[in-house]
Design a protein around this ligand. Structure first.
Ligand code: 4AD
Ligand code: MG
Length: 460
C-alpha cells in the first residue's frame, strides 16, 4: 500500500496505520522525542512524524537532518498542534538515504540565484516544488480546455527546416565537425553533407505545422518545447520554453481573441482550484495580492484596444518611458505593463499592429499598414499570448514573404496550402512559462521552469 502525503492529509479522520516515503523538510530533535516533517512532493504540506525513544533505532533518528530520505510508518493521529489535522505517531523509521555535511540546501532562506546553481536540489524547496505542481495542474487544464472543445492535439516537430517567425533566431542542428566541416566548390560549408542533407534548426514555433493540420482537421493545438537564440537577458525570456499553440480553420481575428480569453480564464481558474495550498504560499511569500489578481482575471472581461489606440493612451499617459512611443514602434515591456497594470488594471488584448513590426504570415488589413495581430498583455508579465489571423490569400502572402526578405522557395509548401483549399484561419501562442510566472508571481521566468536555458547557461 503506497499512499501519498496528499491523500493522507485529505482523509476524513485519523486512525489506522500509514506509511510515508519522502525527504525530511525539517528535523527537530527535542528532549525525549524527535519531530520529522516528511515531504513527498505530492502537496505543499509535509506530514509530521513524532518519534519517541521506544523506536528501535531512536539514536540513529536523532542524527537525521533535513534532506534525508526516509520511510516512516505509524499510527495516524489527530495533531494537537493545530497547524495540521493529522500527524504520524511513528512505529518505524527506516533511514534510506543520509545527507552529507556539504548538503547545499540548508534550512535558511537561499536566494533564487543560488538555487539555480543547485537546480538538482531546488525541486525540494517550497517555491520550486509549488511551481512544479502548478505547472502540472496548468498542463492538465490546457489539455482539458482544448479536448473539451474538440481540438486535436498535434505533435509538431522539434527539428525543422523553416523559420516560423522569420526572425532568424534559430539554433542550428548539425552533426558536422565544427573544426573541419565539408566545403563546397565556393568554400562555403556544405550542408548537403550534413545529417539531414540540408540546414536544420530547433523550432521557434509549431505554428506553421499547426496550420497544415488545421487545414485538414479544423481545430488543433500543439503544446511543446520551442527554442529562440535571442540574446535577451531579461526576467521574461528563455532560450527554451514551452508553447501552447491552437490553430483554427474557418476562424478570423475575433474568434481567435474569444478563444484566447476563454482559454486563459479556464486554465487560471483550474490552477486556483487544483492548487489552493501552493497558491496560498505564493500569496504569502512570493507575491501578495496574486490570488485576487487571478480571480479578477477569471471574472472580468478582457479589455480590447487597437494598437493605434494603445499608442495614443501611452502618449497621453505623461509617462517618461525609456523607449518613447510613436506609431510604428514595437511595444516594449514597459508599455505593455503600463497598459495592463496601470491603465486598465486587468488583461488587455491589443490588435491590429503595424505590418512592419509583425511576422510575415499575419493577415494584411485593407489599410495595407496594419495586420490582424493580437497580443494579450497581463499585469507584471506583459505579453503572455501572441497570435493572429493568418494570411490565406496567395498573392498577398507571396508579397509579404518577399517584403520580409525571406526566400520564397523555403516556404513552398506554406504557399501551396494557399493554392489548395485555403480558408481563413487563425491561432495564437501562449508562452507556458510566462503563464506560470503570472500565476505564481515569481519575479523571474527562470523560477517558472525546472531547468532554465538562457544565454550563457545550460547546466543540468
Ligand atoms: O509572439 P510569439 O513570438 O508568437 C509566435 O511564436 C507565434 N508563432 C504564435 C502563434 O501564433 N501560434 O510567441 C508567442 C508567445 C509570446 O506571447 C510569449 O508568451 C512566449 O510565446 N515567448 C516566450 N516565452 C519565454 N521566452 C521567450 N524567449 C519567448 N518568446 C516568446
Ligand atoms: Mg509576440
Amino acid at each position: 500500500m503506497r499512499e501519498r502525503v496528499r491523500e493522507i492529509l485529505a482523509r476524513e479522520q485519523a486512525g489506522g496505520e500509514v506509511e510515508v516515503r519522502g525527504w525530511l523538510r525539517t528535523a527537530r530533535h527535542a528532549k525525549g522525542r524527535s519531530f520529522l516533517e516528511v515531504s513527498d512532493g505530492s502537496c505543499f504540506a509535509g506530514l509530521q512524524a513524532v518519534v519517541e525513544p521506544e523506536i528501535a533505532n531512536f539514536e540513529a533518528v536523532r542524527g537525521l537532518r533535513n534532506g534525508c530520505a526516509v520511510v516512516v510508518a505509524g499510527e495516524l493521529v489527530a495533531s494537537p498542534g493545530g497547524e495540521q489535522r493529522f500527524e504520524l505517531q511513528a512505529t518505524r523509521v527506516e533511514i534510506v538515504g543520509e545527507v552529507g555535511d556539504d548538503y547545499a540546501l540548508q534550512k535558511k532562506r537561499h536566494s533564487f540565484e543560488f538555487l539555480r546553481e543547485i537546480a538538482h536540489l531546488r525541486p525540494r524547496t517550497n517555491t520550486i516544488g509549488a511551481v512544479l505542481r502548478v505547472r502540472n495542474a496548468a498542463s492538465r487544464a490546457i489539455h482539458d480546455f482544448f479536448q473539451e472543445r474538440g481540438f486535436l492535439y498535434l505533435h509538431s516537430p522539434v527539428i525543422t527546416a523553416s523559420d516560423a517567425e522569420g526572425a532568424g533566431e534559430l539554433f542550428r542542428v548539425t552533426t558536422l565537425d565544427p573544426g573541419d566541416p565539408p566545403r563546397d566548390a565556393s568554400g562555403a560549408v556544405d550542408h548537403g553533407e550534413d545529417f539531414f542533407g540540408r540546414q536544420a534548426f530547433l523550432t521557434v514555433s509549431g505554428q506553421l505545422e499547426a496550420e497544415i493540420a488545421a487545414l485538414a482537421l479544423t481545430d488543433v493545438y500543439t503544446f511543446g518545447p520551442t527554442f529562440r537564440a535571442e540574446n535577451s537577458h531579461t526576467s521574461r525570456h528563455l532560450a527554451e520554453f514551452w508553447m501552447v499553440e491552437p490553430e483554427m480553420a474557418f476562424c478570423e481575428l475575433d474568434g481567435d481573441v474569444e478563444v484566447a480569453e476563454a482559454f486563459l480564464k479556464a486554465v487560471i481558474g483550474a490552477v486556483l482550484e487544483a492548487c489552493p495550498d501552493d497558491m496560498a504560499f505564493f500569496e504569502k511569500r512570493i507575491a501578495p495580492g496574486v490570488i485576487e489578481t487571478l480571480e479578477h482575471v477569471v471574472e472580468t472581461p478582457f479589455e480590447r484596444l487597437t494598437y493605434s489606440e494603445a499608442v495614443e493612451i501611452l502618449q497621453r499617459s505623461g509617462r517618461d518611458f525609456e523607449f518613447p512611443v510613436e506609431w510604428g514602434v514595437d511595444l516594449q515591456s514597459e508599455h505593455e505593463r503600463y497598459l495592463a497594470e496601470e491603465h486598465i488594471g486587468r488583461p488587455v488584448v491589443v490588435t491590429d499592429y503595424p505590418a512592419a513590426i509583425k511576422a510575415f504570415y499575419m493577415y494584411l488589413n485593407d489599410d495595407e499598414r496594419t495586420v490582424r495581430a493580437m497580443d494579450v498583455l497581463v499585469p507584471k508579465v506583459g505579453e503572455i499570448i501572441g497570435g493572429s489571423q493568418r494570411e490565406h490569400r496567395l498573392d498577398v502572402l507571396t508579397r509579404r514573404i518577399q517584403a520580409a526578405g525571406l526566400d520564397l522557395a523555403e516556404y513552398w509548401w506554406y504557399l501551396d496550402l494557399r493554392r489548395h483549399g485555403s480558408v481563413p484561419h487563425a491561432g495564437f501562442g501562449l508562452g507556458f512559462e510566462r503563464l506560470v510566472q503570472f500565476v505564481t508571481g515569481v519575479a523571474n521566468i527562470r523560477e517558472a521552469i525546472p531547468f532554465p536555458r538562457v544565454p550563457g547557461y545550460a547546466d543540468f
